[in-house]
Design a protein around this ligand. Structure first.
Ligand code: HAX
Length: 442
């Protein structure tokens, strides 16, 4: 058994026993109450699942196993030039709850390189799709088509003991993550570079090799990819891509099908697709204003016209956060450190000054601040990755780290089929009528 798997098995067995004992004593304790407006309002805030790998605080933002983003940038093992954290380290942290050593991360990079071979039929299936198919549709199709390789599906078919589900899920997770950069880069090159593909460079780390296969060799872009793939990885369990992966996985669908499901949720404009929508909106604004250096007044007018057209300002607002997203701030810090002067980056910063007061004045937006998607496009454009329809695929490669390490935990802890209760409006009306009756009688 490899060292990471061994460590995971030990931690998961211990926690399984602890949870069993805890539920025996405290299983009937109430930890939440549900309001009618939450039932009609997208289940906001209802505590209904366990997600070990990260936790979201409305003010402080995301923490991974207790570490916030600035700490992670400091503590996780870095890329070869010692500047930005390697996503491999975050995966290790999410899976076993410990910051890995340089040697452990090096081992993980090698593991993923060794497992990175994508079966030929996946490329054939991608090549059979029209080149203008949205990259997220290609990504989802590629992931689902690679399910032929699922260790879990094969072992389940052979009658595996449920106590060993986690083992096959771990294998699927490691193989899938290893292969995603190659698949994503293949989609990018076939969609925007006439199918001129670039062979992997197995001497590079996971993110560095991904940048290389995309065709962008600038060292700073590799650092951006290391940071980007780290900060987009996980955002606790309730967000749509994580929750969908979790829900599909709870049916014992394997990691390939579960991740494909999660990616269909990420592809929606209120979630991961917002990163393409932000840059599209900025380009449309610059086009309409006829300048790449708009004034704050011009931006404010354009924001007003977007709102008047009944549209949202992409990259702003969040279902949980109530402060500027620390992932936005990390990207801003990156731009301050690596980029001297860039029109689009400057526009993003001006939008950051202009939009929050306007949204606040609407009186209904709970969080007027930027989220993760408000900044990423400007950084990508700066380094030459201008094809914004591809941006959500980058997000998806990163999100796989979080949702798949969580799927390993769900299997190891033996979480059951997820099946919350729904009600009809008629049921709600009856409930209210009965309550009124009871008050009258009482
Ligand atoms: N622009 C305009 N109006 C907005 C808004 C924005 N950026 N954010 C929220 N609102 C509006 C809502 O549409 C809603 O209006 P109605 O009552 O008329 O329907 C009202 O303000 C209350 O919404 P909320 O409670 O503040 O926000 P929700 O929890 O319902 O929604 C969203 C959170 C992220 C979906 C929302 O803020 C939004 O649509 N933002 C723009 C899209 C976006 O950036 N999505 C990415 C989010 C982060 C993410 O998942 N990345 O992957």
């Amino acid at each position: 058994m490899d060292p990471l798997k061994q460590k995971f098995n030990k931690k998961a067995s211990d926690l399984r026993e602890e949870i069993k004992a805890m539920l025996k004593v405290h299983g009937d304790k109430k930890v939440d109450e549900v309001k009618l407006k939450q039932i009609f309002g997208g289940a906001r805030g209802i505590k209904m699942m366990v997600w070990e790998t990260s936790q979201l605080d409305p003010v402080k933002g995301i923490s991974f196993r207790g570490y916030y983003i600035p700490e992670l940038r400091e503590k996780l093992p870095k890329g070869p030039d010692g500047k930005e954290p390697r996503p491999e380290g975050l995966f290790w942290l999410m899976l076993v709850g410990e910051i890995p050593t340089d040697e452990e991360v090096h081992w993980l990079t090698q593991q993923w390189t060794r497992r990175s071979n994508v079966p030929e039929h996946v490329f054939q299936i991608l090549d059979s799709m029209p080149a203008n198919t949205h990259p997220m549709t290609q990504f989802i199709t590629a992931i689902a088509s690679m399910q032929t390789e699922s260790c879990f599906a094969r072992r389940y078919d052979e009658g595996v003991n449920k106590a060993d589900y986690w083992d096959a899920t771990y294998e699927d997770t490691m193989n899938l993550i290893a292969r995603l950069p190659r698949i994503a880069a293949y989609i990018y090159r076939r969609s925007y570079h006439d199918g001129k593909h670039i062979a992997p460079d197995i001497a590079q780390d996971w993110a560095g090799n991904f940048a290389h296969m995309l065709g962008i060799e600038k060292p700073d872009f590799k650092n951006l990819m290391r940071l980007y793939l780290t900060i987009h990885a996980d955002h606790e369990g309730g967000n749509a891509s994580a929750h969908t992966t979790h829900l599909v996985g709870s049916t014992l669908s394997d990691a390939y099908l579960s991740l494909a499901g999660g990616m269909t949720a990420l592809a929606g404009p209120l979630h991961g697709l917002a990163n393409q929508e932000v840059i599209k909106w900025i380009f449309s604004m610059l086009d309409a204003l006829g300048t790449t250096q708009p004034t704050k007044e011009q931006i404010a007018d354009y924001v007003d016209s977007t709102l008047a057209a009944g549209q949202v300002i992409p990259g702003y607002g969040h279902a949980v956060l109530r402060e500027p997203d620390p992932r936005f701030m990390a990207q801003k810090r990156f731009a301050e450190a690596y980029i001297e002067d860039d029109d689009i980056v400057n526009v993003v910063w001006k939008v950051f000054e202009v939009v929050p007061p306007i949204l606040e004045n609407l009186g209904k937006v709970k969080n007027p601040w930027p989220n993760v998607d408000a900044h990423s496009g400007a950084l990508l454009v700066h380094y030459g990755l201008k094809e914004y329809s591809f941006y959500t695929v980058l997000f998806g490669v990163s999100r796989a780290l979080g949702v798949l390490s969580s799927l390993c935990w769900a299997r190891a802890l033996g979480f059951p089929l997820e099946r919350p209760k729904s009600v009809t409006t008629r049921w709600v009306k009856n409930f209210l009528a009965q309550e009124k009756e009871a008050v009258k009688e009482g």
